[in-house]
Design a protein around this ligand. Structure first.
Ligand code: GLN
Length: 448
């Protein structure tokens, strides 16, 4: 803990942590030391974890990197965090992210940019940018983030670490600030597959406070990492590799892994997925709709910030929301309100739900034929700070490869498989069938 605290101070310019729980983490470490000495320590003893500023931890500030939650403190601890604490994890602090997890570069935080530790002029990815950089720069052993459309996988790819988004419903979302509830999932950012497996094993499982959390038994993921000699069937979506905007170095690195797997005796085939162009629009229609509803609760009455210059209830709502929410969050609330409005509901929201169903069915069908689908995590490596801020659409298109798993609810992981000429990390993404995390983790371990 002392070492990590020193690193956090030395690398403060990265802006990865919004708050460091120094005293508390040291006290937790002492307690864990005692348990280790008496042989009663839990599974995560010694693991120093950072949590994205969207996870409730009782008595600690929680803001989703937004000013609208300024001053708000969690009244309870999210079960995902509680279960880690119960296994003697040490929580070292809360991490910077895009406001309400909306973004792909961490440039939408009201606490400023996070810098990529490999090149300070570049973004760390987002929205879990602080969480990825914290692992990249050795500010903690592992981070817990959230992934709605790529927010764990894409920053992991940009920072050369491992990002796992489990099956939708595998981990309780209670105590996770909602962005788009039918997509949101807690995920891990780690240096090793073993750590991802262990954290998932501890956090996953049924929870009485989240009726959507799966009741399925939780496998001992960390004991199932040995790659057997099994030869897998692997599909790669042809269309993904013919996209304009796909960086050639990224393309070559992913195709290189594909060839390596074929040489190792796996069956690797090109597959067609006809809905690639509809993925980003469907994702943004549905997530903005859900966000506009979820964020309705921040009204200046119940949580955190309240504007001072108000005259009546309506101006309280309007001024609080205008001053408290950043530009991107306001844009998404308006988009979502539009697609849910009476005149446009069927044309956008209902239509997008139908397209989501098609995407899910086609993805599930492919995953019945193939054990894994492989594709790049992102079309490029980490881009320059400011490069995409003027054009929100360009930024949204950068999510093209990550939203499929989110629309379909299937598990996906990003693992580092190389670097480009600038020394920036390239991530390979693997998807598999729902609840097949054991083979997803074991196979990732095998590739690495
Ligand atoms: N970049 C995507 C978005 O802005 C993903 C964010 C996320 O997964 N939270 O919606």
């Amino acid at each position: 803990v002392e070492q990590y605290l020193r690193n956090i101070k030395e690398k403060a310019e990265l802006n990865a942590f919004l708050e460091v729980f120094e005293e508390e983490a040291l006290a937790q470490a002492d307690a864990v030391d005692k348990k280790l000495a008496s042989g009663t320590a839990g599974k995560l003893a010694g693991m120093v974890i950072g949590i994205k500023d969207v996870l409730a931890y009782e008595g600690h500030s929680l803001q989703a990197s937004s000013q609208i939650l300024n001053g708000f403190k969690s009244l309870y601890t999210a079960p995902a965090v509680q279960r880690m604490l119960a296994e003697d994890a040490i929580i070292i602090g809360r991490q910077n992210c895009d406001e309400f997890a909306m973004g792909a570069s961490n440039e939408n935080s009201s606490f400023g940019n996070v810098l990529n530790a490999d090149d300070h002029a570049r973004v760390p990815g987002g929205s879990s940018g602080g969480s990825a950089v914290a692992v990249q720069a050795d500010l903690c052993l592992a981070s817990i983030g959230s992934d709605t459309g790529g927010s764990v996988r894409q920053p992991a790819s940009f920072c050369g670490v491992i990002g796992l988004k489990p099956t939708y419903s595998r981990i309780s979302r209670y105590g996770l600030i909602a962005y788009a509830s039918s997509f949101d999932q807690i995920g891990t950012i780690t240096r090793s597959v073993e750590d991802a497996a262990l954290l998932l094993e501890v956090m996953a499982g049924a929870d009485g406070m989240d009726s959507t959390a799966s009741q399925r038994e939780v496998p001992a993921y960390s004991q199932l990492l040995q790659a057997d000699d099994k030869k897998y069937k692997i599909g790669y979506i042809r269309d993904c590799f013919e996209r304009e905007g796909l960086d050639t170095e990224v393309k070559d690195a992913i195709l290189g892994v594909k060839d390596m797997l074929r040489d190792a005796g796996h069956e690797v085939e090109a597959v067609d997925f006809p809905y690639l162009d509809f993925m980003v629009p469907t994702y943004y229609i549905l997530t903005t709709a859900e966000a506009s509803s979820n964020l309705g609760r921040y009204d200046g009455v119940k949580y955190g910030f309240r504007s001072e210059n108000v005259t009546d209830l309506t101006s309280l709502y309007k001024k609080t929301r205008a001053e408290g929410f950043g530009q991107e969050v306001q844009r998404r609330i308006m988009l979502g309100t539009f697609v849910l409005s009476a005149d446009y509901y069927d044309a956008y929201y209902t239509k997008a739900q139908k397209v989501r169903r098609l995407i899910k069915e086609k993805t599930d069908e492919l995953l019945q034929q193939y054990d894994f689908l492989i594709l790049p995590t992102a079309p490029t490596t980490a881009f320059k700070i400011g490069e995409n801020t003027a054009n929100p659409l360009a930024m949204y298109l950068a999510d093209i490869f990550t939203v499929q798993a989110s629309l379909a609810g299937v598990p996906a992981i990003s693992i580092p498989v190389g670097r480009d000429a600038n020394g920036l990390s390239i991530g390979l993404q693997l998807m598999t069938r729902s609840f097949e995390e054991p083979q997803l983790l074991a196979f990732s371990n095998y590739i690495l």
